[in-house]
Design a protein around this ligand. Structure first.
Ligand SMILES: [Zn+2]
Length: 274
């Protein structure tokens, strides 16, 4: 039983500011420790239900936020920049379940702490087959491509709600209640870890009932930008067409290819995002 863990950071209990999530701010060293413990709680919960193999793909910022020797479950650690499949690098059909740990609400959601969809400076909304998608829905395309269920997500209530349309039967560990983009009422870290451990355990125990992401193919991603220049630039990529002044769309019957095209849009538009 192998579990693929994609770890972000903004969904960790107690985290409410960008500075807490980025070096060199001194606070970052503290908050990365809280993230590490939440990742470990997810692994330990899965272990308690019989999972034995773990790959943690660090998916936040420089993608090197965790301490390899402090990872539970003797997990393998996939870290560092420039990964072709970005937040989903390393997943293949040999895995039995995907966990999204410390995820966050999408840019267009309401009252979700540190909400964004890949790039808050460029992207204002993403829809997948017409439904607003956070990073969980977009990343679920890769899980669908490999036929692996997304079994667990941790973060605030919005994070869970945005994953549910795409990930049938997903278990949620809600560790904080967002007040605004920059405020949240968080569980005590020890309590948050307990909630995550329980949800991870349940996710693996009920894996037989789980199914791969429910996303009709061919799938269409519609990406709305903060200005028209960003939308125009995105159309330089083959397969990306203009939808309206601020939005583009892309359609593909291969979900992994669609995800890669989306990642290419993210990478390219980073160059002119303010
Ligand atoms: Zn992040």
């Amino acid at each position: 039983m192998k579990v693929f863990v994609s770890s972000d950071m903004e969904g960790t209990a107690g985290v409410v500011a960008w500075e807490q999530c980025r070096a060199p701010d001194p606070e970052y060293q503290y908050y990365r420790g809280l993230l590490q413990e939440e990742v470990n709680a997810a692994i330990e919960g899965a272990e308690a239900a019989g999972a034995t193999g773990f790959l943690v793909n660090d998916s936040h910022s420089t993608m090197a936020n965790l301490r390899p020797d402090a990872l539970a479950g003797r997990a393998r650690y996939l870290s560092g920049r420039h990964k072709p499949l970005y937040m989903m690098q390393g997943l293949d059909a040999s895995f039995d379940a995907v966990f999204f740990v410390s995820y966050h609400g999408s840019m267009s959601s309401e009252g979700a702490t540190l909400s964004h969809t890949y790039n808050p400076a460029a992207i204002s909304e993403v829809r997948l087959n017409g439904v607003v998608a956070g990073e969980s829905g977009i990343n679920a395309l890769v899980a669908l491509g490999h036929g692996v269920p997304v079994a667990l997500i941790t973060g605030d209530a919005t994070t869970l709600a945005e994953a549910q349309p795409f990930c049938p039967g997903i278990q949620g560990a809600v560790v904080k209640s967002s007040v605004s983009r920059f405020a949240a009422d968080s569980l005590h870290p020890l309590e948050a870890r307990e909630v995550i451990r329980q949800a991870a355990r349940t996710a693996i125990e009920r894996l037989e009932e789980a199914e791969p992401p429910r996303i009709a193919l061919p799938a269409t991603l519609t990406v709305r930008f903060r200005n028209a220049d960003l939308a125009e630039m995105a159309t330089w990529i083959e397969g990306v067409v203009r939808n309206d002044r601020l939005a583009v769309r892309m359609t593909d019957d291969d979900p992994v290819r669609l995800y890669r095209r989306f990642v290419t849009v993210v990478m390219l538009t980073r160059g002119i995002a303010e």
